[in-house]
Design a binder for this molecule. Structure first.
Ligand SMILES: C[S@@+](CC[C@H](N)C(=O)[O-])C[C@H]1O[C@@H](n2cnc3c(N)ncnc32)[C@H](O)[C@@H]1O
Length: 227
């Protein structure tokens, strides 16, 4: 069955924008990093950005606003999220496109690929490697892939540090410690946060000669590569 955000995060999509900031450590900081990276790599006269698992269209809208000549294609398998994105991005007309399709499918030729807290739904690292290969194949030389997501350490002591920091973030935003622990337990069913070293290895195997971590704060990172 296709991933449903309402089922996975146990929230109403209308509340997503507010709640995701209480759940996800440094959600807004990652958006700024994405936009700065795109400013380095996007052509001035247009360009196509793919937003993998773009959900409610918040990142796509930010990209469309900052780069008025660019087009953005949101790929997502959850029709309810795409319906929300359609409304949010209506003002951009046909510069934002909504494609109900898995990010694991082959991708169209593009100038940049972004993803924000979406690719952690891929639990099989061979499958993630194939997605990274598709991304590399789709990018033009000089194009950027930037994935904003959680990275976890494989060592128990470090993992516990990151999860404690993460619970602290949620607690500072209205969740009790027990609720924060329960959220992590619930998400573990569908999410996997590989160590950064695994991500960088998969990116190198996919063809990126200099896979990089562009930004990191505790367990949250924006990483990828420029082709
Ligand atoms: C936690 S939401 C993140 C949404 C958005 N990128 C953001 O930053 O708020 C994860 C998104 O990934 C989508 N998703 C999960 N598996 C997918 C797949 N195989 N292909 C495309 N989208 C997928 C979900 O439907 C959801 O919209």
């Amino acid at each position: 069955m296709a991933h449903s955000v309402e089922g996975h995060l146990k929230l109403k999509i209308a509340e997503y924008d507010r709640l995701i900031r209480t759940f996800v450590y440094q959600y807004d900081a990652m958006r700024a990093v994405h936009l700065d990276l795109l400013a380095r790599c996007m052509p001035r006269d247009g360009g196509l950005v793919l937003d993998l698992g773009g959900g409610t269209g918040a990142l796509a809208a930010a990209v469309a606003e900052k780069f008025p000549a660019a087009r953005v294609q949101i790929l997502d398998t959850d029709p309810a999220m795409l319906a929300f994105a359609r409304e949010r991005c209506a003002a951009f007309g046909d510069r934002v496109e909504f494609v109900e399709k898995s990010f694991a499918a082959p991708l169209p030729a593009c100038d940049a690929v972004v993803a924000c807290i979406a690719l952690h739904h891929v639990k099989d690292m061979a499958a993630k490697g194939r997605i990274y290969r598709n991304i590399f194949a789709a990018l033009r030389p000089g194009g950027v892939f930037a994935n904003a997501d959680t990275v976890m350490d494989s060592r128990p002591h470090e993992r516990e540090h990151y999860f404690a920091v993460w619970r602290g973030w949620m607690q500072a935003r209205g969740h009790t410690e027990a609720e924060a622990r329960q959220h992590h337990a619930n998400w573990a069913g569908e999410d996997y946060y590989p160590p950064l070293s695994t991500e960088l290895r998969l990116l190198a195997e996919a063809g990126f000669t200099e896979p990089d971590c562009f930004w990191r704060d505790e367990h949250q990172a924006v990483f990828g590569g420029i082709k």
